[in-house]
Design a protein around this ligand. Sequence first.
Ligand code: FE
Ligand code: FE
Ligand code: MG
Length: 161
Amino acid sequence: MGTQAQKIVDYDLKKLIEHLNKALSDEWLATFQYWVGSKVVKGPFSPLVAKELAEHSKEEYEHAELLTNRIIVLGGTPVLEPKDWYKFSTCGFKKPTIFREIGLLEDNIKSERCAIAVYNNLLKEIRGKDDVTFNLIEQIMEDEIEHEEDLQRILEDIKLK
Ligand code: FE
Ligand code: FE
Ligand code: MG
């Protein structure tokens, strides 16, 4: 909790914390989607794909960590119930059905595209109103852009084989 940190925010604090809790819910679901995908993936490229998915899972966890810390500084409470992740999430959860590499990659690419759109909208919403949160979201969005690209590249390589 930071009194001055909250004072300098030129945006409805409650609404800002809601945005951040929605993003946090997406990040928890993304953390698990990547993690479980890295465990169940099957096929000749599975070691490569599993490694990338596991890495992304760790990075989504770091995003959850960053968002949580920011929510707390702003005087909010991070979402406490896993079932609320579904309720607050924008991008949802894609349960792996077919465990082949291509399907898992395609699912996760869709999720990344959703995440990029969510963060891009949030940046538009808070631009000029809260520099600290703005910079944090920008930093997270850069990771999501890298995630999309990593997965697209691997998918193309698999299709070229
Ligand atoms: Fe993320
Ligand atoms: Fe991501
Ligand atoms: Mg990567």
